[in-house]
Design a protein around this ligand. Structure first.
Ligand code: SF4
Length: 438
């Protein structure tokens, strides 16, 4: 039996998919890259906001064409959890569904079908992990969230925070390092709250200490740190460790006190400004990523300008600006003062232009400096000019969201693994970085 699997949505979903794929391999279930070669097609869905739900439904329907050839269609994850009572009626094409935290049910379903021995096209040796290139991986240290931001469905879908025990996380990281993974991306809905549910206190620093004690040549990237949970000891640890990438993903969501309060964020604008000042002052080389929601109910020009001021003051190198979506079932769904789409579009446009200007300025100063890059593949057609012949990613870029790296390689340098290699920054065209190996 061959299984084709696709992961939609965020990197936390991807971490789940990776874990699931590993379980399939343990059960001798072959994974294939081509849905046409599969007996069972599985989609890990996203149900975070309406567009993500629509994308999940569209993709399920697209893949349903393979049912004509006898494949079964299975979906799990957030979208299924969110609509568990309606899903059979909503998408009758699905043969089996299960929400979150129910890998076992899904594995049992697959094993029953495996016994039926549907046409065996490929064997276990053809199975390989399909979610990422093998040099990087995601480790989810907790699921669920207690923060209860007023616009967010996640706590309703995933429930309260559930941390993975420290020893288990350490074991997963160690296994990945032994498999040759060089970059471990630590993810959860909010990694700063790690451990409070099982240890009664925040344990992210202890977890990082334990991971940093593992022997090996690897890097750690910290994704999704809510600003209210970032403490001085965590910043010190990041600053002093050569294995923690100087890159932090800190979603601010807004910078106006009125909106932060309505969002039920646990930080005010003064503390937010102080935190970012501290980070910029103590680690001037660190790259920041943030996200913000635009057009939250009642957001006026004053509120928007506070957000713009924040972006212009701290110039996060990478940023995602998202339109507010009223999600039925969340507290903010009933808030008055929905913002007209045209105004939201204008505000998004202003932020995006400001952000691109900021990062262009930043990279102007970085040209000629050193960075580490992973080389992923030779380019079919050289980019920019004939000298950039490989594509990859630098440590300043998180996988899949911050653009690519185009790499010029001297003939004398042998490229026989992903790296990382030392390189000089030679050019920047938003969002891509051009480098020369040295
Ligand atoms: S921190 Fe807020 S936005 Fe993020 S998952 Fe938790 S409730 Fe949702």
């Amino acid at each position: 039996m061959n299984v084709y699997i696709e992961s939609l949505g965020c990197f936390k979903n991807k971490a789940d998919t990776e874990k699931f794929v590993n379980k399939l391999i343990q059960h001798d279930i072959a994974i294939v890259r081509d849905p046409a070669a599969s007996n069972i097609i599985i989609i890990n869905t996203c149900g975070f906001i309406k567009p993500a739900v629509e994308e999940s439904i569209e993709r399920i329907l697209e893949l349903s064409k393979f049912k004509e050839k006898g494949a079964k269609l299975v979906a799990f994850g957030c979208m299924i959890e969110r609509y568990k009572h309606e899903i059979k009626h909503l998408i009758p094409e699905l043969d089996f569904t299960t929400g979150i935290n129910s890998f076992e049910k899904l594995i049992n379903y697959l094993l029953i079908n495996k016994e039926k021995n549907l046409h065996n096209i490929l064997s276990k040796k053809d199975a390989y992990i399909i979610t990422n290139l093998p040099y990087y991986s995601y480790v989810k240290i907790a699921d669920g969230c207690n923060n209860r931001c007023s616009y967010c469905m996640i706590p309703f879908i995933k429930g309260e925070l559930k941390s993975v025990k420290l020893d288990n996380v350490k074991r997963s990281v160690k296994n990945l390092i032994n498999m040759g993974v060089k970059e471990i991306n630590i993810v959860a809905q909010d990694i700063t709250k790690y451990g409070i549910d099982i240890y009664g206190e925040y344990k992210l620093c202890s977890l990082l200490d334990a991971i940093l004690n593992i022997d090996g040549d690897f890097y750690i990237r910290l994704l999704y740190l809510n600003p209210d949970g970032i403490e001085n000891n965590l910043l010190d640890l990041i600053k002093n460790s050569s294995k923690i990438i100087k890159y932090l993903d800190i979603p601010i969501q807004h910078a106006s006190d009125k909106i932060l309060k309505m969002m039920n964020r646990k930080i005010d604008s003064i503390s937010l400004f102080k935190l970012f000042e501290k980070i910029r002052h103590n680690m001037p080389d660190l790259f920041l990523r943030t996200t913000a929601i635009v057009g939250f109910p009642s957001e006026n020009n004053y509120d928007f300008n506070k957000l713009l001021e924040f972006i212009n003051t701290f110039s996060p190198e990478w940023a995602g600006f998202f339109r507010y979506y009223p999600e039925e079932g969340t507290p903010s769904y009933n808030f008055k003062g929905r913002i007209n789409k045209k105004i939201v579009d204008e505000r998004l446009n202003i932020l995006e232009i400001a952000q691109i200007n900021n990062i262009n300025q930043r990279f102007k100063k970085l040209i000629g400096t050193n960075i580490k890059v992973f080389i992923e593949k030779p380019l079919e057609k050289p980019v920019n000019n004939a000298n950039y012949t490989y594509s990859g990613r630098s440590l300043l870029q998180a996988p899949e969201i911050d653009g690519k790296c185009y790499i010029k390689v001297d003939n004398n340098i042998a490229i026989n693994n992903f790296g990382p290699y030392n390189a000089l920054i030679s050019d920047f065209k938003y969002p891509d970085i051009f480098v020369t190996l040295n």
